[in-house]
Design a binder for this molecule. Structure first.
Ligand code: PLP
Length: 387
């Protein structure tokens, strides 16, 4: 380092983790084999072939369920799930005030009303204690998303929703392969939705799926999607690349979880960056993102966004999370339960670490902590630079 170089990479210094995370998606020998086969058979360009059917069967097997429907994205899967459970104009659908934007938009698109509930203070997941206050005679369904390494208490969601006939859509787009209270993620409610987007744990560039045991839901999906042609299909090529990843999923879930735990242990004495963790029995989280509650006062008032920019410059993919939904939509579009105070906090201060690094088996966790400490030490320089 020259005398003039600032210790922080974002102010011109050397990044502390120059290698950065491993590439994503992973082009391993299994994927190479798939593409060789696709070329040999010509299945890469065919409407029909064996791969979609194999993927449906593999999803049914791994989730012990009766139906698996493949589609073009997680967003399409959520829309289909809402249609499957029979959401109609004027119905209400409960969801967390902090969630993926398209889940909100999908409800609005069906002329139904999102009912936003606040988050738990400790792990910023949907606060199940607020569900009863959210329910009205118009409530048709709930979307439960487990986000950024956190888990929602599905046992309690079921105990509240099932007796009232409220359909439970479990969004597992961020944790395929996880286990929640002894149940595989996606089977904790009436219908599970997953994403195979390009950054996701199971990647096909784009894609999604729905899993369920309800015959009626499957029929409604078929009715909606099959119009002489499938309206939101997954291709044979996409299904083919997903199959080996599905087989590798358990092992990768374990590796990612061990890696995240090691990071959380390394951060145990660090203030201002609290990992999002939920501690339900018989559970194994999934880490599309590892989330953190950021506390600016622990960094001399440095904003979450400036901290994120500084971490990215150091080589760590630490980004702000979603916007909370009540912050980016007109009040006319939703009904809110309570003051959504925690969703306000999450909107300002949630951070997420993108998953590829969790498969890196080097000791990057201690380097991560060094980066955090370095940013804390020189936070005044960053604040001065920003002003
Ligand atoms: C929680 C959640 N639900 C749904 C989706 C939508 O998935 P897709 O990008 O495949 O449309 C995402 C995507 O990031 C997500 O994080």
């Amino acid at each position: 380092m020259s005398d003039t170089q600032h210790p922080l990479a974002v102010l011109g210094g050397e990044p502390i983790y120059p290698a950065g995370p491993p590439d994503w998606p992973i082009t391993d020998s299994e994927i190479v084999k798939v593409f060789q086969e696709l070329i040999k058979t010509g299945d890469w360009g065919r409407y029909h072939g064996p791969h979609c059917q194999r993927l449906r069967e593999a999803l049914k097997d791994s989730h012990s369920c009766q139906y698996a429907h493949l589609c073009s994205s997680g967003t399409a899967a959520v829309e289909l799930a809402l249609r499957a459970v029979g959401v109609k104009p004027g119905d209400e659908v409960i969801m967390a005030a902090y969630d993926f934007k398209a889940n909100f938009t999908n409800i609005v698109m069906l002329n139904a009303v999102p009912v936003l509930v606040d988050l738990r203070t400790d792990d910023w997941q949907l606060d199940v204690n607020q569900l009863e206050a959210a329910i009205s005679e118009k409530t048709k369904a709930i979307i439960v998303s487990h986000l950024h390494g956190g888990l929602v208490d599905m046992n309690r969601v079921r105990s509240i929703c099932e007796p009232r006939g409220i359909a439970i859509i479990e969004d597992i787009c961020q944790l395929e392969g996880a286990r929640i209270q002894a149940t595989i993620a996606g089977m904790g409610g009436d219908i599970g939705v997953m994403s195979f987007g390009g950054s996701k744990l199971l990647s096909a560039g784009r894609g999604g799926a729905i899993i369920t045991n309800h015959n009626l839901y499957q029929q409604r999906i078929t009715l909606h999607t099959e119009r002489g042609n499938d309206v939101s299909p997954l291709s044979e090529m996409q299904a083919a690349v997903l199959l080996p990843q599905l087989h590798q999923l358990d092992e990768r879930t374990r590796t990612r979880t061990d890696s995240a735990e090691k990071l959380f242990d390394a951060l145990a004495t660090t203030t201002g960056l609290t990992p999002i963790r939920s501690s339900y029995k018989d559970s194994m989280p999934g880490y599309y993102k590892a989330g953190f509650q950021y506390e600016p006062t622990a960094f001399g008032g440095l904003t979450r966004d400036s901290f994120s920019t500084a971490m990215i410059a150091e080589g760590f993919a630490v980004y702000p999370g979603f916007r909370s939904l009540h912050k980016i939509h007109s009040k006319k579009r939703y009904r809110a339960v309570g003051d959504l105070q925690e969703a306000d906090r999450a909107d300002d201060n949630i951070l997420t670490l993108h998953h590829p690094i969790l498969l890196d088996t080097s000791d990057w966790q201690s380097v991560f902590v060094q980066a955090v400490d370095k940013i804390r030490q020189f936070s005044h320089d960053l604040i001065t630079e920003a002003n």
